[in-house]
Design a protein around this ligand. Structure first.
Ligand code: SPD
Length: 277
């Protein structure tokens, strides 16, 4: 109909939405675990949506994927074996394998349809899946972590929001299992939502990770299509100090740099306040 506009609306909480004008729906299905949609937006290109929540878009995906991958990867001096829990679209794995030291990168994703749909509709995000160092395991990430003690240099958790299948990925028993799955100088990082609307979650995750790892840090990045735009990541490390990073080993990035790495740990007072015990 002439003049008709289509809009996608994500209900971010009961008082807040984000709306994007869309051209059309490209793909829609109900997988074993969730509703999965791919839509073409006017502003951000193709967008992957799981259970009504924006996961990634062609135009801003680099911010989140680079920051979840490169901050912990640079914190480790020579990451060889890396595990990504979740992240079925492949964006984090694509960044991980930019590090020449990586010998093996495992993706443990519960929903195989996310991997397949991403390969089909987001080829530049999923490009890492064809790298021979990458192994995709369609499995429960929690179980995978529990069954692989002392195996990884870096573990990254690219989860959906903390509802449904992702709830266990925000729990202390999971962080204890991650600690066991890491080698003696391992580094862990997870996406931990927005400091504006997920304060209790950030507080809880930070204190849990802090009770498991000798060093815990929160860092921030700015993702336009995520609720409020300000996004947090929580990093736990057994030995290496993320604040000691002075040079970027990977240069093929659009958001990450050594300067951005250090600046990401500078927290506004209201975020520092969330981390007080
Ligand atoms: N509210 C959005 C949180 C999404 C975090 N994971 C996104 C997956 C992208 N690889």
């Amino acid at each position: 109909m002439a003049g008709m506009e289509l809009w996608f609306t994500e209900l971010q909480n009961e008082n807040l939405t984000i709306g994007l004008r869309i051209r059309h729906t490209i793909h829609s299905e109900k997988t074993e675990y969730q509703h999965l949609d791919v839509v073409e937006t006017v502003q951000y290109g193709r967008m992957l949506v799981l259970d009504g929540c924006i996961m990634t878009t062609d135009k801003d995906e680099f911010v989140y994927h680079e920051m979840l991958a490169h901050v912990p990867m640079h914190t480790h001096p020579e990451p060889k074996r890396v595990l990504v829990v979740g992240g079925g679209d492949g964006g984090v794995i694509r960044e991980v394998i930019k590090h020449p030291s990586v010998e093996k990168a495992v993706l443990a994703e519960i929903d195989g349809r996310v991997v397949e749909v991403s390969k089909q509709y987001f080829p530049q995000i999923a490009s890492g899946f064809s790298d021979p160092r990458v192994e995709v395991q369609i499995t429960d990430g929690i179980k995978y972590v529990e069954e692989h003690p002392n195996e990884f240099d870096v573990i990254l958790v690219d989860s959906t929001d903390p509802v449904g299948p992702a709830v266990g990925l925000f729990s202390k028993p999971f962080y204890e299992a991650v600690h066991r799955a890491l080698k003696e100088d391992g580094v862990f990082a997870a996406q931990t939502e927005s400091p504006f609307i997920n304060q209790d979650l950030i507080r809880g995750v930070y204190q849990s990770v802090r009770s498991v790892f000798p060093q815990t840090h929160l860092y921030l990045a700015y993702v336009p299509t995520y609720p409020t735009g300000m996004w947090s990541f929580t990093l736990g490390t057994k030995r290496h100090d993320p604040l000691a990073v002075t040079t970027a080993r990977v240069r093929d990035t659009k958001y990450y740099s050594a300067e951005v790495h250090r600046a990401a740990f500078v927290l506004p007072p209201f975020v520092q306040e969330l981390l007080r015990p």
